[in-house]
Design a protein. Structure first.
Ligand SMILES: [Fe+2]
Ligand SMILES: [Fe+2]
Length: 316
């Protein structure tokens, strides 16, 4: 496979090279939101319909902080672990230009971690709302899944985790930069991040195409059966976080549970996960991942297969 450097314009275009740090404007906070309300499903619940503005903003500020914390742990804790190894040829032998792009992504992700940390501090200072810096549930889920893989497969499994995370399409990346009801500083940071991630998406698609033919047939099956679990870990909503947000605005534990149960019907959660994973599933489909019955069954078990064949054919 020939590889044309996807990030050849990196020196002039990457956020770290071309865009200034972003600042929140405090005086916008009285009329704009810190996060798009449409992205927070529970806000549509009848029990929250008359929610006072400051409590609504509190839920949105925490949702933003939750996203920033998620991003920070993903970039530093997972993606940079993988691109470090790709840059140094630890996992698989890569062409030199692919390794150089891995170095570039390493820099991007380190800078994204700094950006999100910086905006998180600004949100805390502006709102007084303290938020957790602890690793979110997805991080522990992924660590557990990797710990269960045999030693000889761990590096390749971690590479598959990064391929999944970097090819998912975030609804938030599409929504927030265009949302004029959200404060400009947040829109700018998300827009900067989304810009770089579009390149990473292309890079990891190429990595998958390059690397997967080099796996043995048994490795393909063992790793293929884990892919749906990785997708699910990244995309399943953080119910515990949202439950605590609802209690913090004064709902009883039982009412908060009711709001969560009403807002996240399992069929809708599964549909949303399939939508966010559409590009990743398409990549796997095009490369025959679902041709193996065991792998297809593993995807079906997490409801990642229904409609898939048709969707992929439509978009292929
Ligand atoms: Fe990133
Ligand atoms: Fe990335």
């Amino acid at each position: 496979m020939t590889y044309k450097g996807i990030m050849s314009a990196w020196s002039s275009k990457a956020t770290v090279r071309s865009r200034p740090p972003r600042q929140l404007s405090w005086n916008e906070l009285s009329e704009k939101w810190l996060y798009s309300p449409e992205l927070v499903t529970v806000l549509n619940h009848p029990l929250l319909s008359g929610l006072e503005r400051h409590l609504r903003q509190q839920i949105l500020a925490k949702s933003l902080a939750n996203h920033l914390n998620f991003t920070n742990h993903l970039e530093h804790g997972i993606v940079n672990q993988v691109v470090f190894k790709l840059a140094h040829n630890y996992v698989i032998d890569l062409p030199v230009e692919m390794r150089q792009d891995a170095y570039r992504i390493y820099v991007d992700e380190a800078y994204h971690s700094l950006l999100v940390s910086d905006i998180q501090i600004q949100v805390e200072n502006a709102t007084g709302i303290k938020t957790s810096n602890s690793p979110p549930p997805f991080y522990w889920d992924i660590q557990k899944l990797i710990s269960e893989v045999p030693n000889e497969l761990k590096e390749k499994a971690l590479l598959c985790v990064a391929i999944v995370s970097e090819t998912l399409i975030s609804k938030l990346f599409e929504k927030i930069p265009k949302d004029t009801f959200v404060v400009q500083g947040v829109r700018d940071v998300i827009s900067d991040h989304a810009f770089d991630e579009a390149y990473h998406h292309q890079y990891f698609k190429q990595i998958f195409k390059f690397v997967s033919p080099q796996f043995t047939e048994q490795e393909k099956i063992d790793l293929g059966c884990l892919l749906p679990k990785y997708i699910y870990s990244f995309l399943v909503p953080d119910f515990g976080f949202m439950h605590s947000c609802l209690i913090d605005i004064g709902l009883t534990r039982d009412r908060a549970t009711r709001v969560i149960n009403d807002s996240y019907h399992p069929a809708n959660v599964a549909r949303d996960i399939r939508t966010a994973a559409a590009a990743t599933l398409r990549l796997f489909y095009r490369h025959g991942v679902f041709d193996n019955d065991r792998i297809a069954a593993a995807f079906a078990e997490l409801e990642l297969l229904p409609e898939l064949t048709q969707t992929c054919k439509t978009l292929a």
